[in-house]
Ligand binder design. Structure first.
Ligand code: IMP
Length: 193
């Protein structure tokens, strides 16, 4: 029988991706599959703290091993803001408003270095394991590209002349922070640890 493992997300796309890698060894369930309708609070001030809140919630309430992810953009010249506030930087007004506010706050700043960071927190056999992925780059002065989401139109990854929003999904996924963290999780789980 396959081991049940919950991915604490409502994102079907993310779930399908993980199932493609782990489906032969694990039964990967998402929040909908386990009937969890609670909007789990993400009130920590670090990505790992938020990921741990989500995994712990599932472990405590559903007694199932679980992993969850939390990501965001860190801009060096802004003291690593927006960080854990990335999704609601402009007060919940959405991606375009977040990007607009970021560009306003960076007006006149010449150090444009930034990074996306993902932390995945796994609770398995009562042990906590964290996996991190980072994608470094710079913030453009104007948006470019239509793909992706969030800050993709203003983020130019290191070593490229285009933004994440100008890349196709496959190309972005080969270098993204989320993919790097996920690869670490998957190799940990596949190694049977
Ligand atoms: P989540 O933890 O993956 O839901 O990410 C939180 C927020 O960080 C998103 O709502 C975006 O604003 C931002 N973010 C995270 N990953 C990305 C990305 O790959 N591209 C653009 N924005 C991202």
């Amino acid at each position: 029988m396959k081991t049940k493992l919950v991915f604490a997300t409502n994102n079907n796309h993310k779930t399908a991706e993980v199932r493609a890698y782990l489906g032969d060894a694990f039964e990967v369930l998402n929040l909908k599959d386990i009937g969890c309708e609670t909007d789990i609070p993400e009130t920590a001030d670090t990505f790992s703290g938020n990921a741990l809140l989500k995994s712990s919630f599932v472990k405590e309430n559903f007694q199932l091993d679980c992993f969850s992810d939390d990501s965001g953009l860190e801009v060096f010249a802004l003291n690593n803001e927006p960080g854990v506030f990335s999704a609601r930087y402009a007060g919940g007004a959405g991606d375009a408003a977040n990007v607009k506010l970021l560009l306003e706050n960076m007006q006149g700043i010449t150090d444009r270095r930034a990074q996306f960071r993902t932390v995945i927190c796994l609770i398995r056999n009562d042990e906590i394991h964290c996996f991190e992925g980072i994608a470094g780059g710079t913030i453009r002065t104007e948006p470019a590209g239509q793909q992706g989401f969030g800050y993709d139109p203003v983020f130019q990854p290191e070593g490229y002349d285009c933004t994440f929003a100008e890349m196709d999904t496959q190309q972005k996924n080969s270098i993204s922070h989320r993919a790097k963290a996920m690869e670490k999780l998957i190799s940990f789980l596949r190694s049977g640890q």
